[in-house]
Design a protein around this ligand. Structure first.
Ligand code: GDR
Length: 327
């Protein structure tokens, strides 16, 4: 029997909901933390809200005393920090809030661990947005790996890069077991509806129900992303905290596709042509954009034995099918 306790911040989000499910399946006691909002936001975790090993608690990462008292109270074996302002576009209009949650919030957690629970293993959700426009060339291919220099292009990327460096400092200076997953885009039927993949698949489901709806408005559809499935990616988070030593890993599929490719495949899967249903809206373009992301997950595959199960085709199909079934 497992007697471990894990704290998961951002438990009501896509990744938090899958990770808590994975940990409950491994007999962990899971304390799910979420930021209070006036609207009920527990639909992704409703199927295990009343599980005997699951507790749901409020926590605002920007409130140092709340973070301290929560970590002192639970002294968890593992802490997964998935709570964030995670929308890149929004970070341009809310840079200060983004920095407070995604950077200062991480310092609050690290300080609490250092003072009150130094044996806690800590996972920080890093991101491919930290690379910004940088890449490395290997065998004539552009990609990003653990050694690619980081040059973020958004307030979100800067905040995440600050927390990535903080994790390294707490690891080196205080010997804490803390690490950062450098996760490339990961999607699923539980993806928030303001991210481009889910915006597309949700629109398709609505269009099939009502042929008269307005066109789908999108911004830049020429950017390339390395899209995996969130269910595969939360397994990598777990594996990183079971590693012999704390270390940062790139988690990606190693394939890249443009937003246009995603659109095309998703619409074709229901025998439609996206050209008839999409309108480009210049107000949805970001002030600065990351054009090309393609991760090299070789190190994680070798050292963590991490192997994603979903292909790009599986991912698109899973999201379209799920939205159509629930429309
Ligand atoms: P991203 O994901 O910024 O890569 O960050 P997102 O789905 O928001 O954008 C992907 C690309 O699509 C373009 N795009 C649009 N994006 C949105 N959201 N809405 C639109 O209407 C639209 N039209 C075109 C974007 O410009 C971009 O090029 C995600 C987030 O989950 C981060 O939190 C995470 O860290 C990274 O992935 C890895």
């Amino acid at each position: 029997m497992n007697t471990k306790t894990a704290l998961v911040t951002g438990v009501t989000g896509q990744d938090g909901s899958y990770l808590a499910e994975l940990l409950l399946g491994l007999d962990y006691k899971v304390v799910g933390l979420y930021r209070r909002s006036s609207t009920q936001n527990t639909h992704r975790i409703s199927h295990y809200l009343h599980h005997k090993n699951f507790t749901l608690t409020e926590l605002d990462l920007t409130d140092p005393s709340g973070v301290l008292s929560t970590i002192e109270h639970y002294r968890p074996d593992e802490l997964y920090n998935l709570g964030a302002q995670s929308h890149v576009g929004t970070s341009f209009s809310q840079p200060t809030t983004t920095f407070e949650i995604d950077a200062v919030g991480v310092i609050n957690v690290l300080e609490a661990i250092r003072h009150y629970s130094p044996k806690t293993k800590f996972y920080q959700a890093g991101t491919s947005e930290m690379f910004g426009r940088n890449y490395t060339i290997k065998n004539g291919e552009k990609y990003q790996d653990e050694n690619t220099p980081m040059l973020p292009q958004s307030p979100y990327g800067v905040a995440k890069l600050a927390s990535y460096h903080m994790v390294q400092i707490y690891r080196q200076a205080y010997g804490l077991y803390c690490c950062c997953g450098i996760l490339f885009n990961h999607e699923s039927p539980r993806r928030g509806e303001n991210f481009v993949t889910r915006k597309i698949t949700k629109y398709i489901a609505n269009l099939l129900k009502d042929k008269t709806i307005d066109k789908l408005k999108l911004g830049n559809i020429s950017s390339y992303r390395d899209w995996g499935h969130a269910q595969d990616y939360v397994k990598a988070m777990y594996l990183m905290l079971q590693n012999d030593q704390p270390k940062d890993y790139v988690i990606a599929t190693g394939e890249t596709h443009s937003v246009q490719d995603f659109l095309d495949k998703a619409f074709k899967s229901v025998q439609l042509d996206y050209n008839n249903h999409v309108e480009i809206d210049s107000t949805l373009f970001r002030p600065a954009e990351v054009d090309y992301l393609k991760g090299d997950p070789s190190l994680a595959k070798l050292e963590l034995k991490w192997n994603p199960e979903y292909s790009f085709n599986d991912l698109v199909k899973n999201m379209v099918d799920s939205d159509c079934a629930n429309a």
